[in-house]
Every structure is written in structure tokens, then in C-alpha cells.
Write a protein that binds this ligand. Sequence first.
Ligand code: AMP
Length: 462
Amino acid sequence: MTFESLGLHTSILKALTEAGYTEPTTVQAQAVPAALAGRDLMVSSQTGSGKTAAFMLPALHKFASAEPADESGKTPNQERQSARSRGDRPRFQAAQPKMLVLTPTRELALQVTTATDKYSIYARRIKAVSILGGMPYPKQMQLLSRNPEILVATPGRLIDHMESGKIDFSKLEILVLDEADRMLDMGFIDDIEKIVAATPETRQTMLFSATLDGVVGNMAKRITKDPLVIQIAGSATKHENIQQRVHFVDDLSHKNRVLDHLLRDETMDQAVVFTATKRDADTIADRLNIAGFAAAALHGDMHQGARNRTLDAMRRGQVRVLVATDVAARGIDVPAITHVVNYDLPKFPEDYVHRIGRTGRAGRKGLAISLVNHAEGMNIKRIERFTKQIIPIEVIEGFEPKRTASPSHARKPGGWKPGDSRSAAKPGQRTFSKPAAAPRGEGGGYKGNRDASAPRRSFTDR
Ligand code: AMP
């Protein structure tokens, strides 16, 4: 399948060629035709699968193909401009977007806006702006006064503008909820309901989420009409292009030594190191800088300007190691990230999936390493149950832990059925993983086999 065969507007095709996209990704191939036909969508697809274009390209096609709306042959924005040039007294008019994309975080919103600008670069009339918490109000008022066709927003700040009459959704045609599961995790359910209630019933609704189970699935069913349900590759969580491994560590000092060693891997271009707390993100970034790494912290206590500058520096390659918390790092899309290191394990297995999705972008290879202390074996087990994948334990020569696995971790990995696993082991056969090769070339110093004191069993071993 090609983008041409999807029948997209020529201005979009030109932009996609320039962006180097040769063919639609799986989620795009399934979602774009249905969205072009006006259908609602409920999509579960893994992060990095190309979901932004899956909802944005059909919307841009619709707007680029639309005729000017009024009798004068002018778009509402051209009409506003003519009124201004006639010297009519400017009076406040609420922005009337045609499309709203809701995202859980500011970073994801900015990324969606940047992608939209890229796809619509030759469709001159279309403007997209981000409305975000942390951005100064005067700046946002200025953006809204341009009456953009597309608003990309985090729920809280959007509600502020809605309630003060700065945004009117009566002309809204398309509503997208991006990473809907995450928005619910972050407690945005009431805000989302309020926003949805302010939009016309006739809208097209597209919901993207890592999972369509449970609360998010129920909400999706409530706000969509006869949706096409798209589940990519049966699982939103496989990340087959990302090698995963666990290194056991004895204590903090051992953990720091292993981290330093991993970051010196010559196959590493850029890395994201995840910590549980903002304070640790700062401390570890400082420590790594002193140790000679080009490191920077990224977390929610930083001002938006500082967060943007850090991300830009990461994109330009000036920062090699980003030390981040979950929320701040969500949605980061930097293709040169070859390594993700879980310095601390995430609280929820879903976050593990989002974290490791920061590497292996757009089909590249990536390596995701979790540094785990002996008491955390259960948490790894929960992650494995969620992803339905076994994460190999590996030992680095010279950095061996005194113990490798807690008794709870040398266990039966319960919770999934034979056939679900990536393993092709036959019943009764024990599966030992080979050391995972680094994304490019040979990774340094990994022992050829798992530490024999902690044999891990596949489900076939029970
Ligand atoms: P997303 O899942 O939307 O965050 O996209 C992940 C990455 O894939 C981004 O860097 C996109 O620019 C890239 N991408 C999206 N669609 C395509 C495509 N059809 N071909 C190549 N790269 C793509």
C-alpha cells in the first residue's frame, strides 16, 4: 500500500515524501481509509507505531479539500482578516476549531503539533496550535486569536479557556483522544467528559490508547458511534524491535556503577534513564555530568521553557543522557534514542511499556535495561505478566551481583498461557535466552549466558 493509493490530498503527499515516509505503517494503513470515510475509531496501537499520522492525515485531507465556507468565497479566517483591514473595530471572537486533539502531557501535545506542521506544510490555510498548562495566558490568547483549525491541548488548560468563553466548539468536526488510557491514569476523566459534552454530537471521534480494556474501553464506547476497532498485532505491548533485559543490583552504589558502565557502551547514541522521583532525576543528572556524560534532567517541576530547551538539546544530540520521570518523558520521540534504562522500576506495568517505547522509534532497534534490586522480583513478574513476555536476566562481566534473583523471581511466571509467549520452546523444554545483542554492533562485556545460580523458567517448565 502507498500513501497515493489512500487518495490523500496532493499537498499532504508532497509533505510525506519530504518527510521520507515511503509507505503507511500498519496502523496508518488500517485507520486512514476508515477515517477518510468519516468513521469513528477505537485504536490500540503501540507507541511509536505512527499513530499521530493515522489520525492527522485524514483530518488534514478533509480540511485541505474543503471549499471556502461562505458566499464571499472566503474562509472564516480570511473574513476576519478583511474585517481587520477594513478597519472594523476588532472585537473578541472565540476561536472555533474544527479539530481538537487531547493529549495527556505537554510534550506529547507539542509533538503532535510539530508533526501536524510537518504534514501540512504545503496546505497553507491550515494552522495548528498547542494549548498547554504552563504556557503564559497572553501567548495563548494570541494563538487563539488566529482562530486555528486544529487545537492540540492538555485537558486542564483547555477547560480554563472553554469556561472563560475563549473557545467555542460548535464548529468542531473531529475529536481525537491520544493516549486516552494515560489521560485516565492521570485523573482527567471529568475534564474529558466536560470537553466531550461541549462538542457537537455530529463530530467524528478517534480514540487511541495502549489498551482498550476496562475503564478506557468503556469511555471509548460511550463517546464513539459505531466505531471501527483496530488492534494492532494483537498486542499493544510487544515492542518486538526492542531487546529487553534485567540486571540485578545489590545496592545503590552497585546500581550507579552498572549505570555508568551501560552509558559507556559504544553502541549507545542517546539514552533515557528513568527515575521514580524528580529529585533523583536531578541528582543523577548532576552526578552523570560530573562523571563526564552530557546529561540533563527532565521532570514536571521544571518550567515548560526549560523542558522544551532540554528536549531540543536532546533532539540536536547535545544531550546524550536524559534522566527523566514518567510523565515528563511520555511521548518523547527522538529517533537516536538507542537505550532506555529503568534506574527505578515504574509503578505500573503500563508505564514500563511507555518507557521502553522511547527507543526503537519508527521500526529502529532499541535496548531497554532494567536495574532491579533483589526485593523487586515481583515487580518484574507483574511487568512480564502484563507484556506477556519474559525479560531475560543478564549479568555483566565485572559487575556481577552477589545474588541474582530473589526467591520470588526464580519462579513460575504465571498469568499467561502457552502460545502467548514469544518463546518457541516445546513443552518441558527450558528456555535460556542468549545475551541480547546491542542495537548496533556488539555490546561490550555481557556474559554469554545467564547466571546459573538463578535459572529462570519458561512457562513450559512448570
Ligand atoms: P508516532 O507513533 O506518531 O509517535 O510516530 C512515531 C515515529 O514514526 C515518528 O518519528 C514519525 O515521524 C514516524 N513515522 C510515522 N509514520 C511513518 C511512516 N509512514 N514512515 C516512516 N516513519 C513514520
